[in-house]
Design a protein around this ligand. Sequence first.
Ligand code: HEC
Length: 174
Amino acid sequence: MKKKWLTCLFTYSVLVSGVSHAEQKKTVAPTLNGIEFPAGYKQWQTIGISHRTDNNSLRTILGNDTAVKAARAGKIKPWPEGSILAKVVWKQRTDENWPAAIVPGEFLQAEFMIKDSKKYETTHGWGFARWKGKDLKPWGESANFAQQCAACHTPVADKDYVFTSPAVFIDNKK
Ligand code: HEC
């Protein structure tokens, strides 16, 4: 009986340490302005896409539930509190089976805008954060980096500082 119990304890501790090890490996450092990497963004839905011809990259603009609901309803002036927009960027490459098609290649970066008018008052009500490369290295040399993001988004102040106009999805229902 005692032996069985010990085996049990051993299996349990292996499982527990295995899990915590996996969690440690997943940890990504927050940006210097204190934003944690938004969990689960891979499950978010598409708001738009873009192709930059100046640096040959493809992007998808995704939103969390709050942002996607607002985008589909056209209620984005302003975007509701709690909206998170993600821009995921890949190097472009041609499809190996269809050279006329440009498709995503190497993952380059993921960046986010988090709407919280009070918390991020000094950057137009959006928390800006960017992680680069496959190891998701937080971008920015000081906590002030977000001022650069905010400054470049200023030309679209009348669109609540968001460049992307949501793509139109036609459905069988109005
Ligand atoms: C030099 C100008 C410039 C800077 C600096 C800049 N952005 Fe943008 N950003 C853009 C443009 C232009 C778009 C839309 C075109 C595209 O998809 O790339 C955009 C789009 C975005 C989007 C998708 C939502 C939207 O506005 O369309 C996010 C999220 C974003 N940027 C985050 C950031 C973050 C975070 C930083 C700073 C770390 C940053 N941006 C810095 C120009 C800039």
